[in-house]
Design a protein around this ligand. Structure first.
Ligand code: CUA
Length: 349
């Protein structure tokens, strides 16, 4: 391989290598652009939409600036030394041997210490500021519970429990209490705030604040089992008035079947689903699985798939095919019963 390379180089065929490198580079760019287009939600930590993400981005840039400065200085010194002290033709005397320059030694100890201090002080202060429970002004408290492989969001002050979609008002600091039912998960909304782990037996805290209304994707950022890759959730940031409406609709949800199929679905739900799933405003109060209040208004089913009739049907019929390792059992139901269930779930608004 190397011999081949050097042969080509010697024969002046390196334009061939350069052309190949260019083609490969362009292919990589096209691939990157294509995969970028497939993303439904932006998830760059540099494309911030909230106060916390902004603070974290500032830290990222600070360290990039410092590291770029170090790389630039070292590179310049290296280039200077390579040129200034290169071996000149006909000069065979060995260079002057130098050792133990106290000034230089001091400089390259002190400068890195200073640079690390410039980086460490804001990093440590920000780290402490970000898990501190916020108390000034209007705040919203939410308890986040992670489970294989879904998210529960409880609003203790509002008496609301929901799953997979965290609704928050814009311009309000949201205190999150993070707990897990089973293994370690990690709560991450790239555009709003960095990751915090959900660890068994303890409650971690963090806060976030969305400055712009929008839907932001959240990810589980800790390998937690088969379904980890699809343990997504959404954060829906709404103008405060709109958020109030959502709170109202969750407190007084519509749960009455609006047609015969849906009515039958309600019965199937009572028999086959209610031991695990709760719906506010009904007798259904299971807690093993996600709370389904207002399910029809959710954008996703199972936190990951678009909330279409087909996907809901498939999810109930064969959960394993939609989310590997899911603890949702494939309840043996006739297709007609599942269709009735889908109709009932569509009436939960
Ligand atoms: Cu939960 Cu990964």
């Amino acid at each position: 391989m190397y011999k081949h390379f050097y042969d080509k180089l010697r024969k002046g065929e390196h334009h061939f290598m350069i052309r190949r490198a260019l083609v490969l580079g362009m292919l990589a760019l096209i691939l990157a652009a294509l995969t970028g287009c497939q993303q439904e939600y932006k998830m760059s930590i540099l494309d911030t939409a909230g106060t916390v993400a902004e603070m974290q981005k500032d830290l990222v840039w600070l360290s990039i600036y410092i590291m770029s400065f170090v790389v630039a200085v070292v590179t310049l010194i290296m280039i200077y030394v390579l040129i200034r002290y290169r071996k000149k033709p006909g000069d065979d005397t060995p260079p002057k041997q130098v050792e133990g320059n106290n000034l230089l030694e001091a400089i390259w100890i002190i400068v890195p210490i200073l640079l690390l201090a410039i980086l460490a002080v804001p990093t440590v202060t920000t780290t402490f500021a970000l898990d501190k429970v916020q108390a000034d002004g209007e705040v919203l408290n939410v308890k986040v519970v992670g489970a294989q492989f879904w998210w529960q969001f409880e609003y203790p002050d509002l008496g609301i429990v929901t799953a997979q979609e965290l609704h928050i008002p814009t311009g309000t600091k949201v205190n999150l209490q993070l707990e897990t039912r089973d293994v370690i998960h990690s709560f991450w909304v790239p555009r709003l705030a960095g990751k915090t782990d959900l660890v068994s037996g303890r409650t971690n805290t963090m806060w976030l604040e969305a400055t712009e209304p929008g839907t932001y994707i959240g990810k589980c950022a800790e390998l937690c089992g088969d379904g980890h890759g699809v343990m997504d959730f959404l954060v829906v940031a709404q103008e405060p008035a709109e958020f109030e409406q959502w709170v109202e609709s969750m407190k007084n949800p519509q749960t009455t079947p609006t047609n015969a199929l849906s009515e039958r679905g309600e019965q199937v739900f009572a028999q086959s689903c209610a031991s695990c799933h709760a719906v506010a405003g009904t007798d259904f109060a299971g807690t093993a699985g996600p709370n389904l209040t207002g399910f029809a208004n959710r954008q996703k089913v199972a936190g990951f798939w678009d909330n279409t009739d087909e996907n809901v049907f498939q999810w109930i019929k064969d959960p394993e095919s939609m989310k590997p390792g899911s603890l949702m059992p494939a309840v043996p139901l006739a297709d007609e019963d599942i269709e009735a269930l889908v109709a009932y779930l569509k009436d939960l608004k």
